[in-house]
Design a protein around this ligand. Structure first.
Ligand code: HEM
Ligand SMILES: *[C@@H]1O[C@H](CO)[C@@H](O)[C@H](O)[C@H]1NC(C)=O
Ligand SMILES: CC(=O)N[C@H]1CO[C@H](CO)[C@@H](O)[C@@H]1O
Length: 492
């Protein structure tokens, strides 16, 4: 009994120290009172983006939480998102690294997690900006994208001719992967046949586990135990991807030593040229992790196209409007090019609405405060994890009329885009760490949706079961569809 009382006193004392020490450092943003030891962990049930949004209705758009022993702040309005991503962008430019990323040394070289003020990060961002995603680089690879879109159309045609139902997410995933592979390695992924499926499983599993709120992150002291086994699972999938990429790199290094080697001018050759030169320091290890950092979001971003098709099939009237626009602008031209996008306002509105209604990264990428920072009269203390709940913003009725319905029309005639200046629509984040793949990912989403809708009519397998059923998602780093969208294409 005495021991029990001592425990209680110790608990309360520990808790009081935590609460009081916070008070002393300034006014902390409002939030639910944390319990000793576990903090607010019990208040977060089910999908985190939804329970954060629920809590924010009580505590407001700048809310503190205590996740185990870690302080966190959750942002749920465009104004506050602008404060942390732009106005104080410098202070919040470092990524909060989930325990699960501590695998294969990924945390030390990965583009996605290394500090924004490190030389490595700046070098890699610059490389990406200049060699892969710049307007000029995208211009050069436009032919590759058209080729992949043509293959997609052909693939769908096959199903149409055979009168078969197809898995749309699988096809868009293959198209994106194919594209990323040809840009990076000049490899035709279809060469890999069966490997494709395994590859997809690794990528999906990685993004699924990386988003799981994990005991090890709430209680860093327990992290070495990896109680939920997440680090081990991620380690397995990440390891497989790294091995796969390493095989390709080693083969290329051998090929490059041959006297008759002709530069393929793909991204791998560019990186290897740089690694062999003296201008930059770039190691093979960095190249390996860099490639994996592009493969994972490259594959995951195919989810946007699948969600677009889901909503268009659930709303035949919107699909009809889109088809009319495509017909008027494109006529008999089957494949949509990047340069057509500006002529297709309804398509643009549709993709904007998909980015709003099905944000594939609902919590963007977690950041961490580098120093005590004043935001809106409150103090966010150093080392606090900063989570921007973009999902909550997309469902806020004071920002969007009828947020629960899919209405591309809301964007018609509005000057609003997803490029990080309009904080009510930031599917790619904003500021210094904004998604570097945005120009590629958005172009491909436009072109895939247009190609699939312009050339085919679609029948959902078994008819439309129920909207909610089709809209079920699985939380992870990426919100993926729970059940694959299966539909029968009919060539127009
Ligand atoms: C629909 C598709 C995509 C969405 C919605 C998306 C979204 C995001 C978001 C929200 C972030 C975090 C930004 C922040 O912290 O402010 C991010 C980071 C990143 N994305 Fe994407 N992304 C997509 C596709 C891609 C593609 C295709 C690539 C590469 C080919 C890519 C590469 C990256 C990388 C490397 C980072 C980390 C950047 C850094 O921390 O410096 N993404 N993405
Ligand atoms: C980011 O992290 C690095 C390394 O941990 C640290 O030196 C740097 O001060 C941090 N910068 C900010 C702005 O938080
Ligand atoms: C808070 C928490 O424990 N969340 C999840 C951790 O991961 C497992 C799967 O590995 C989930 O089932 C938990 O819900």
């Amino acid at each position: 009994m005495v021991a029990f009382l001592v425990y209680i006193v110790a608990f309360v004392a520990a808790w009081a120290v935590v609460v009081l020490s916070r008070r002393r450092r300034g006014k902390f943003p409002p939030g639910p009172v944390p319990l000793p030891i576990i903090g607010n962990a019990f208040q977060i049930r089910g999908a985190p983006h939804k329970s954060f949004a629920e809590l924010a209705t009580t505590y407001g758009p700048l809310m503190s939480l205590r996740l185990g022993t870690q302080n966190a702040v959750v942002i749920s309005s465009p104004e506050m998102a602008m404060e942390v991503l732009k106005k104080h962008g410098q202070a919040f430019a470092n990524r909060s690294i989930p325990d699960a990323a501590n695998n294969h040394g990924h945390e030390k070289v990965s583009w996605n997690v290394i500090p924004a003020d490190s030389a490595g990060w700046k070098r890699i961002r610059k490389l990406g900006r200049e060699k892969l995603f710049s307007h000029q680089a995208l211009q050069q690879t436009e032919g590759q994208r058209l080729e992949r879109l043509r293959k997609l159309a052909e693939h769908v045609c096959g199903f149409s001719e055979r009168g078969q139902v197809m898995n749309i997410g699988e096809a868009t995933f293959t198209t994106m992967m194919d594209l990323v592979f040809s840009t990076l390695f000049s490899i035709d992924l279809t060469d890999y046949g069966a490997g494709n499926k395994e590859f997809r499983e690794h990528i999906n599993a990685f993004t699924r586990y990386a988003g799981v709120p994990n005991v090890s992150d709430f209680f860093p002291v327990l992290a070495p135990l990896d109680l939920q086994g997440i680090r081990r699972k991620i380690g397995y999938h990440l390891g497989s991807l790294l091995d796969f990429v390493d095989g390709i790199i080693q083969k290329r290094i051998r090929e490059r030593k041959e006297s008759d080697y002709r530069n393929k001018n793909d991204f791998l050759d560019t990186l290897l040229d740089i690694a062999e030169g003296t201008e930059y320091e770039l190691t093979i290890k960095e190249i390996r992790h860099f490639c994996v950092d592009i493969l994972i979001p490259g594959g995951a971003s195919a989810a946007t196209t699948e969600w677009a098709l889901v909503e268009l099939l659930l709303h035949p009237d919107k699909m009809a409007k889109l088809k009319v626009e495509l017909k008027n602008v494109l006529g008999d031209k089957r494949i949509v090019e990047g340069s057509d996008i500006s002529k297709l306002p309804y398509l643009q509105a549709t993709i904007n609405e998909v980015f709003r209604f099905h944000p594939v990264a609902p919590l963007l990428g977690p950041r961490v405060a580098g120093e005590d920072t004043q935001v809106n009269g409150y103090t966010i203390t150093k080392n606090t994890k900063v989570i921007v709940n973009f999902w909550a913003i997309t469902r806020d009725p004071s920002i969007w009329k009828n947020p629960e319905s899919f209405e591309p029309e809301r964007f018609l005639g509005k000057v609003i885009n997803f490029e990080g200046q309009h904080f009510e629509l930031i599917p790619f984040g904003s500021g210094k760490r904004i998604c570097p793949g945005m120009p590629l990912a958005s172009r491909m989403s436009f072109c895939m949706v247009a190609t699939l809708c312009h050339n085919f009519n679609w029948e959902i397998e078994g008819g439309i079961r129920s909207k909610l059923h089709e809209r079920e998602d699985v939380f992870g780093l990426v919100l993926q569809k729970k059940l694959p969208l299966r539909a029968k294409p009919i060539k127009i």
